[in-house]
Design a protein around this ligand. Structure first.
Ligand code: XYH
Ligand code: MG
Length: 382
């Protein structure tokens, strides 16, 4: 099998996610938006697709870094092809991002699945045909009846439990929200949620990402008292020693990371080796795709720790199901004002339908398991 073409389509749709000045998403009015469909096609006509953001398919980036490494190559040799592109990152001047690597990697795995007639989650190891989801809330806001108070979080958590979730992760209030950051307000929301849902629902916190060591420790100690499972990214992740310090000063709360630190599987290996986390994190869009995510999960397995996958979507779901040591699938981000279950205009089905018991059941369809509306995409090209 050989790759014949590498193509991309940018298409319009609407979005109800408004971004604040720090980039966090909140519910908003429907506004025009765009996304991209990246496609790798073999000479036999088999296609692999990755849904991504429009900037990731910059024609200059595809021409300079992606096509020269893919055209004419055997798509089944995905890790070799990944390395061929990855090595060009060093002198790309920042143009060749981990997101571009992830986009190529996901499309290759989708093609491999289509060519073999197998779902990718089985090709990655096939450990789970259903994965428990945790509800990952949006960051706190100042919307009346939204996520503006600890009681708002508590009422929403009760609704999430009724929906079937057995685990809930709060994203706290973050700048530029008024009064944020504030560890005491974060702790109040966590206490209100624990009070509302009782002791059997697993709870986690993803707070402001730039707290001091003392604030992160104070918050972590409160979460231990509330029997939280993990806290992630309370400080700048470039300071691995701060996470070594935090993890060594907490006994019952797991520190999960790194999520956004650069360095792919190499950095995650250093964090595990140096005791900077109790659970390690990957996410296909954070580390350059499925291939590096597998390496992180398998490394973590050697140290008997879990590898919790960051983010929603078919690629992350395939990794979460494929490996033995991912506990949950992150489903979100969720908000009382948004209907997460409704497919986007370009989807026939969402990637991660969840049953009433809180499980996302994996699909047996070949490839990543995306169910895209190609007619909509072709009718809305930019
Ligand atoms: O909005 O800061 C944030 C969150 O951190 C979000 O970016 C991300 O989805 C996450 O951390 N999920 O765990
Ligand atoms: Mg996070």
């Amino acid at each position: 099998m050989r790759i014949e073409t590498v193509t991309a389509k940018v298409f319009r749709h609407s979005s109800t996610i408004a971004r604040d000045s720090d980039g966090h998403g909140h519910p908003g009015p429907a506004v025009p938006a765009s996304s991209a469909l990246f496609t790798i096609t073999s000479y036999t006509g088999v296609q692999g697709h990755a849904l991504t953001r429009a900037p990731d398919v910059d024609p200059a980036v595809l021409d300079r870094f992606v096509r020269p490494n893919l055209i004419g190559q055997d798509p089944l040799r995905a890790d070799k092809l990944w390395y061929g592109i990855y090595k060009w990152q060093r002198l790309s001047g920042g143009l060749l991002t981990d997101r571009v690597l992830a986009m190529v990697d996901l499309a290759l795995w989708d093609l491999i699945g289509k060519a073999s007639g197998q779902p990718v989650w089985k090709l990655l190891g096939g450990h789970k045909d259903k994965v428990p989801a945790y509800a990952s809330t949006m960051c706190g806001d100042d919307l009346p009846g939204g996520l503006a108070t600890p009681d708002d979080y508590a009422r929403y958590a009760e609704w999430l439990v009724q929906r079937g979730y057995k685990a809930i992760k709060l994203h706290g209030w973050m700048p530029p929200m008024p009064g944020a950051p504030d560890v005491r307000k974060d702790a109040a929301a966590c206490a209100a949620v624990r009070e509302a849902v009782g002791p059997d629902i697993r709870l986690m916190l993803d707070p402001h990402h730039f707290y001091s060591r003392s604030d992160a420790l104070w918050l972590g100690q409160r979460l231990e008292a509330l029997d939280f499972l993990w806290m992630e990214e309370p400080m700048e992740e470039a300071s691995m020693s701060s996470y070594q310090w935090l993890s060594s000063n907490l006994t019952r709360l797991n520190i999960l990371g790194p999520e956004t630190a650069a360095g792919k599987h190499w950095t995650r290996g250093e964090w595990v080796r140096n005791g900077a986390c109790d659970m390690v994190r990957t996410g296909v869009w954070d580390v350059g795709g499925i291939n590096p995510s597998l390496k992180i999960a398998h490394m973590a397995e050697c140290f008997h720790i879990s590898c919790e996958v960051h983010g929603t979507g078919a690629g992350n779901l395939a990794v979460a199901a494929g490996v033995p040591n991912c506990t949950y699938y992150e489903r979100g981000l969720l908000h009382p004002f948004l209907d997460y279950e409704a497919p986007k205009e370009y989807q026939l089905r969402i990637d991660d339908e969840m049953d009433s018991d809180g499980y996302v059941n994996l699909r047996d369809m070949p490839g990543l398991g995306q169910d895209l509306d190609f007619d909509y995409i072709d009718a809305n090209l930019i």
